[in-house]
Design a protein around this ligand. Structure first.
Ligand code: EPZ
Length: 417
């Protein structure tokens, strides 16, 4: 397994572009199941998770090809299989997104229940509850969701909790339903809005994406379209923290700052100097971060996917910070690894008490999940000495050539096979 070796202590300087968003690319690819016509996605990021969902779609009958301009053309002329097998779903839970579209297109779906993952149980009860409300018969056999339905009937539904892929799954299920569907307590994430834009380009009728109430007027069929995926706000945030934690001066271009306001506010509270443009953000790090408190919450609150990265930054602050994780029940595993680098972090239930230290020492550390691995890379960039982050396959799921981008900013980082 590859690992990343980092010689810390370099103040990162320069400009780097953000990649397209993983969590917008995945639902965008899955939406192609809803039509027999081609969907052309102009800017998919080169990520492991994108490759995984593409393999799944091919099994279901999709033909994928690269256009000369680099765009990806995906077309499901006919659904050949209705099954998302365990070996794929267990490696990437976003595979459950095929449930809604498969049922909307063919009335049949057999999708492995995603197991838990490192950060929590992550059940899909809200997805299944909504699909039942739309008219699906759903059973669970041998670890699989077995679902069938005639044409969905539009309905009102209220989600018990905010779920991003739950909202996306149900929106894709409802676009071909007979009549109108209203989803209350919907997720407001930018990736949900981006999916709604794509579905509208395919002919769907959707109001209220980005608010907690989404109204979908079902249409008889959808067509193909061309679509550009939004920038990755989490990768952008990670690169900005790299500038802040090294006391550097980093500008991230091709970004969508309006999707990052909660993170930008926290970086300023921690002492970073920010300049925000239309599609770029400049971050100059403080000599030493100031402590501040963080509470994760659904968009537009502070994103849980940035919690680990900001913990690395606040671990060097001159005082105590409290970080409360309200979305996932086990998303502090990076804390133990940061403590091995000299951090002083105590976990008290859903809150991490981060007593800042003056510096980290480089150490061999192990990644446990996608964003935890990013937080260890960030700590390594700031640490005195050498850090080796193992199991970087976690990182490759959600970051496109992160070490190349960091090298371009002056970091002494290299991948060891
Ligand atoms: C999406 O996951 C993202 N993944 C996650 O990003 C992100 O952390 C998460 O939203 C929260 O923002 C993709 O978009 C592919 P949820 P998702 O359903 O949709 C509970 C990353 O790092 N819940 O919003 O799976 C669930 O257990 C990944 O890129 C239920 O109880 O998250 C969790 O505690 C990690 N029942 C909370 O809700 C359900 O039916 C939020 O989960 C659904 C969710």
């Amino acid at each position: 397994m590859a690992s990343l070796e980092i010689e810390g202590g370099v103040r990162l300087k320069g400009q780097v572009p953000s990649s397209p968003a993983k969590n917008a690319a995945l639902p965008a690819l899955v939406a192609s199941l809803l039509t027999a016509e081609p969907v052309v996605l102009e800017n998919l990021p080169a990520l492991a998770d994108v490759r995984t969902i593409s393999q799944l779609l091919e099994r279901l009958g999709a033909e994928l090809s690269q256009e000369p301009d680099g765009a990806t053309r995906v077309q499901v002329r006919q659904v050949k299989s209705h099954e998302a097998p365990y070996e794929l779903v267990s490696t990437m839970r976003a595979s459950v997104l095929v449930l809604g579209p498969l049922l909307a297109r063919t009335g049949l779906a057999r999708v492995a229940l995603p197991g838990g993952c490192a950060i929590g149980l992550r059940p899909i009860d809200q997805h299944l509850k909504g699909l039942k409300r739309l008219g699906a018969d759903i059973g669970i056999q041998n670890g699989y969701v077995e679902a069938r339905s005639s044409r969905f009937k539009g309905c009102r539904m209220t989600l018990d909790l905010v779920t991003v892929t739950g909202t996306e799954n149900l929106m894709m299920a409802a676009v071909l339903a007979e009549g109108t569907t209203v989803i209350e307590n919907a997720a407001r994430e930018p990736e949900v809005v981006d999916l709604a834009r794509l579905l509208e380009a395919m002919g769907a009728r959707i109001e209220g994406a980005g608010t907690e109430r989404i109204e979908i007027l079902g249409v008889p069929e959808l067509g193909g379209c061309r679509h550009r995926v939004i920038p990755d706000r989490i990768e952008t945030g990670t690169l900005l923290v790299a500038g802040a934690i090294t006391g550097g001066d980093v500008t991230v271009t091709n970004a969508a700052p309006r999707n990052l306001s909660a993170l930008l506010a926290k970086l300023e509270e921690a002492g970073a100097l920010l300049e925000v443009g239309e599609d770029w953000v400049r971050c100059r790090g403080p000599e030493r971060p100031s402590p501040t408190d963080v509470i994760t919450s659904p968009f537009p609150g502070f994103p849980t996917d940035m919690q680990a990265q900001v913990m690395s930054l606040l671990g060097l602050a001159d005082g105590l910070s409290r970080i409360t994780e309200t979305i996932f029940e086990n998303r502090f595993m990076h804390a133990a690894e940061l403590n091995r680098m000299g951090a002083r972090i105590e976990i008290d239930g859903a809150t991490a008490l981060v007593q800042g230290v003056s510096h980290y020492q480089g150490a061999p550390v192990m990644a446990t999940d996608l964003r935890a691995s990013a937080s260890l890379v960030l700590a390594g960039l700031a640490a005195k000495g050498r850090t080796e982050v193992s199991r970087v396959y976690h990182l490759d799921r959600g970051y496109e050539r992160l070490e190349a981008k960091l090298q371009a900013l002056g970091a002494r980082i290299r991948r060891i096979p």
